[in-house]
Design a protein around this ligand. Sequence first.
Ligand SMILES: [Zn+2]
Length: 270
Amino acid sequence: MPEGHVIHRLAADYAERFAGRPVRVDSPQGKFADTAALLDGQPLTGTEAHGKHLFLGFPELLGWVHIHLGLYGKVAFGTGPAPAPVGQIRLRLANGDHWAELRGPNTCALRTDDERAAVAARLGPDPLRADADPEAAWHRVSRSRSAIATLLMDQQVIAGVGNVYRAEVLFRHGIDPHRPGRDLNRAEWEACWTDLVLLMREGVRLGRIDTVRPEHTPEAMGRPPRVDDHGGEVYVYRRAGQSCLVCAGPVATATLAARNLFWCPRCQPR
Ligand SMILES: [Zn+2]
């Protein structure tokens, strides 16, 4: 599932291509056709991202298109007139200069502004939003017996962090992923939050997740770059059994809350 940086990039991409001008809206697949017909010809007024939720704004009486990609959702952008529809396009935006096709989302629905605010209110603070309050997340973390690795993936605690960022931020701060949230001290939490803000902003900028410090890049270490469908240079994510870039010990993996967890037992001791 895409992590928050992907959704914030999408918000920027939609706004850059479509905001402030009337847009053709349709649903070649048909599943969103009635709502698309309501929106067709209206201007896109703005976009918002909250964690893994994307909102495309239309004039106030219409509201917001709420998109959650889930596991299979994808957006494709292109320039010029929209091509003939291929596959199951739930939502298509086009303005002659640009087009955007949304396929396979978990959610694609029209919401009022109150409903959009309610979705956001159920989420924890999003490190990529300027209005995020890290205290709200600390309040939950510091009172929980759940593993910090589980809490970081809980969208009600902190929004937008997925499996890669959680593994990497815990590694970068030497925190055993199994430690209960309430066992962390405030300084550890603040360091993790600050780091997530930096790492995720970098993710938005580059469109991929890079988490290694300058001294651990392939160039600095004289090692081959990582080859993986899931992006950039990382310390532990999907590196089970390989050598830790810091201590050379083997990277461990386990299943926690139905997701694969990766960590270095030497650098992140119990
Ligand atoms: Zn290590």
